[in-house]
Design a protein around this ligand. Structure first.
Ligand code: SAM
Length: 313
């Protein structure tokens, strides 16, 4: 059984209690923000929400998404990406998938399809997607791949469910060559603290491994865009509100883990990256399990139960 990241426990409590800052900043998207001008960030929940929406749009535009497409959003959180697409496009058939039924229930409650769009919410694991082959035009994964049991496993699944020539777009933290050994050291020394606040995370897949793993799954036209500098105001906001995002006994550890992430970004050890690529046209699937760089190679023997939480039209 894969556990959802622990920061969702505190966040769901905050949202249930009607916390206005939590509601503004993380009631829709649960990810970093993008500030076109980082110096203009003002530290409010509303400003953060605007930046989070901007980041989401940039990932969707990297695909790109257009009217009438079938879109799968993997690790969909509270449905913020689907909500954003719902406002921007028409006649989309959108599916959000997540391991956490509590997040899916909020998505089903808060996202009201409009513009001829449809939205379906499905419980499932990114590395064992509960869909038939060649169903989707676009697969999205906004800031969640580092939580998945295996990047290679997810890429194989994304390639399988995409139509030939379909597009994958995602955002992730990608270590630089210089940063990788430092991040390895950090993970060994402080991994437990990071896990306690952020859950299971793997931030150790550098660009060359990333490209190789995508290629094994059959993805071509790989584009990597480093947007780190535009995301940096995220850290001030997270640290200033640490007691909102974690239970009191965990807030200090969370603030320290967040500081380490910030330092890694500022030192160019870890790049916040938007990636996009195209699925093979002949649907030939690589065997990611045999790929030398596939880490960690683990597919869960008991996939999360599959069920549609609700379908709204
Ligand atoms: C940082 S949140 C991002 C949520 C959403 N994409 C957004 O941008 O608002 C990470 C998400 O990944 C989901 N997740 C973690 N592991 C997963 C897995 N194995 N399969 C599907 N979703 C997963 C979490 O439950 C959470 O919703």
């Amino acid at each position: 059984m894969i556990e959802p990241p622990p920061y969702f426990d505190a966040l769901l409590d905050r949202l249930a209690a009607g916390d206005p800052v939590a509601g503004a900043a993380f009631g829709r998207h649960v990810h970093w923000g993008y500030w076109p001008d980082p110096a203009a960030a003002d530290g409010t929940g509303t400003d953060y929400a605007r930046a989070a929406e901007e980041l989401c749009r940039r990932v969707c535009d990297a695909a790109p998404v257009g009217d009438g497409l079938r879109v799968l959003d993997v690790g969909c959180g509270f449905g913020g990406t689907v909500a954003s697409l719902n406002e921007r496009f028409t006649n989309l058939d959108m599916t959000g998938v997540n391991i956490d039924p509590r997040q899916l229930a909020r998505a089903a409650e808060t996202v009201v399809p409009a513009n001829g769009n449809r939205a379906t919410w499905v419980e499932g694991d990114a590395c064992a997607l509960p869909f038939a082959d060649a169903q989707f035009d676009v697969v999205l994964a906004v800031e969640c791949v580092f939580h998945f049991p295996s990047r290679a496993g997810f890429f194989a699944e994304a390639a399988r469910v995409l139509k030939p020539g379909g597009r994958l777009a995602l955002s992730d933290f990608v270590p630089t060559v210089a940063g990788l050994p430092k991040l390895r050291e950090n993970a060994a020394a402080t991994g437990d603290e990071t896990r306690a606040s952020y859950g299971a995370v793997d931030l150790l897949c550098p660009e060359d491994e990333y490209r190789a793993a995508l290629a094994v799954a059959g993805f071509t036209d790989q584009q990597f865009e480093d947007i780190t500098v535009h995301t940096l105001p995220t850290y001030e906001f997270l640290k200033a509100n640490a007691t909102r995002w974690q239970a009191p006994d965990r807030a200090k550890a969370y603030a320290r883990a967040t500081k380490r992430l910030e330092a890694a970004g500022r030192l160019d050890w870890l790049r916040y990256t938007i990636l996009s690529c195209t699925a093979a046209r002949d649907l030939r699937r690589g065997d990611w399990r045999r790929h030398a760089n596939a880490r960690p190679v683990a597919i869960h023997s008991r996939p999360v139960a599959t069920r549609a939480v609700s379908r709204l039209t």
